[in-house]
Design a protein around this ligand. Structure first.
Ligand code: SIN
Ligand code: FE2
Length: 216
């Protein structure tokens, strides 16, 4: 693919490619993701304190992030079916290469499903072994109001992430605090039943040099 247009942001290391995926690419990626959810269905995680998340989750790739009474972690199997996560679509691996240029593939893709009032509180992605590797995020479906601010705290800013937008937390923004305030319900017809699906690609447990010759 030819590299999509990148928009400068006010936060060093936070990279944004509005409309990186056109309508056809969004539809085919969504079809691939929904196909994996037949074997690896969305489930609703709980916090270690037992509170249900408002988003539903599943995963793809060697590992995916889970949360339950035992805590947060990356694991190789789906917490409900106990089966290995389905593989990540090649499209996503190619997108990771094209946009991040990171010299090794992602080993985890978290799939978040937002419907209705679902949101995600401000947090940092810091459960990964290699905090120098980027996190790449793909938005499909309804536009989300995304909030982001520096790792060390202080002012946050909000911006909209629409279907087909891709962003990345890299370098000084790798530990930026971020979350989803709300969806603009009905802003897209892409996701059957409405809502938004967000895919985040990460280097969860592998460090550079580990297993990279397998290509993931
Ligand atoms: C996340 O931080 O895991 C998800 C962010 C998003 O849904 O855009
Ligand atoms: Fe996150």
């Amino acid at each position: 693919m030819s590299p999509p247009r990148e928009t400068p942001t006010g936060l060093p290391g936070f990279r944004l490619w509005p409309g990186a995926l056109d309508a056809a690419a969004q539809a085919s990626l969504l079809a691939e993701v929904l196909a994996t959810t037949e074997a690896a269905p969305f489930y609703r995680p709980v916090t270690p304190g037992g509170r249900p998340f408002s988003v539903e989750m599943t995963g793809m790739g060697p590992l995916a992030w889970v949360s339950d009474r035992a805590g947060y972690r990356y694991q190789p199997t789906h917490p409900v079916t106990d089966a290995p996560w389905p593989p990540m679509p090649q499209t996503l691996l190619d997108l990771w290469d094209a946009l991040t240029g990171w010299p090794a593939p992602p080993d985890a893709c978290l799939v978040n499903l937002y419907r209705g009032e679902a949101k995600m509180g401000l947090h940092q992605d810091r459960d990964e072994a290699d905090l120098t590797a980027p996190v790449l995020s793909v938005s499909l479906g309804d536009t989300a109001v995304f909030r982001i601010g520096p790792a060390e705290g202080g002012r946050t800013q909000s911006l909209k992430l629409a279907s087909g937008d891709v962003c990345a937390l890299t370098g000084p923004a790798r530990l930026a605090r971020h979350g989803i305030d709300r969806l603009l319900a009905g802003s897209s017809q892409l996701v059957p039943g409405g809502g938004r699906i967000n895919l985040t690609l990460r280097r969860a447990l592998w460090r550079l040099g580990d297993r990279d010759s397998t290509g993931g």
